[in-house]
Write a protein that binds this ligand. Structure first.
Ligand SMILES: [Zn+2]
Length: 179
């Protein structure tokens, strides 16, 4: 009569029953048992105790195998080295990402400043354009006024010329009539 507990292999752990194999027991199984005659089952902790009592009473052998997670095997020297390298690599990547983030932040600050400058320049240009439009309106008004004045002056010139011609005609006529 003996009772041993050994960790399961991964292959054995694949198709575990969800409940204890004893009738009307819904507890989660904690071990697989094997009777000396080959019968195999899964039991909860309570039934493992009862089965082991039964084995004592029957003076037969039952072997229990724990279904708990296998203890992790200690790392080999190579695995430790790889883990260390992976950690260093991850730390490098993190530092690099932090550097990229800082650079992006700086670039963003520069772009924001440039955008602010562009907006101010646009506002200044808009003001200048408004001022030029007002000046153009003023000049156009003056131009119209000047044209009107020019036309008035031309009319005046024509009127005076007509008057001069009339006066000359009057003076010439007597001379002509004398001659
Ligand atoms: Zn049970």
């Amino acid at each position: 009569m003996s009772e041993t507990t050994a960790p399961m292999t991964a292959a054995q752990a694949v198709a575990l029953p969800v409940t204890c194999g004893e009738p009307n027991c819904t507890n989660a199984p904690v071990s697989q048992y094997t009777w000396a005659w080959g019968e195999v089952g899964y039991v909860c902790a309570q039934h493992q105790f009862l089965i082991s009592q039964r084995a004592k009473n029957l003076k037969r052998t039952v072997t229990f195998m724990s279904l708990g997670p296998a203890a992790p095997a200690p790392l080999t020297r190579d695995e430790r080295t790889q883990l260390h390298a992976a950690r260093l690599s991850a730390e490098d990547e993190m530092r690099e990402a932090q550097g990229r983030t800082a650079r992006l932040y700086d670039q963003n600050q520069v772009l924001a400043a440039e955008l602010g400058k562009s907006v101010r320049q646009r506002d200044e240009l808009q003001s200048e354009l408004t001022r030029l439009n007002e000046a153009l309106t003023l000049l156009t008004d003056r131009h119209d006024t000047a044209l009107e004045e020019l036309q008035t002056a031309k009319d005046e010139v024509v009127r005076l010329q007509t008057l001069v011609d009339a006066l000359q005609g009057a003076r010439v006529a007597p001379v002509g009539s004398e001659g």
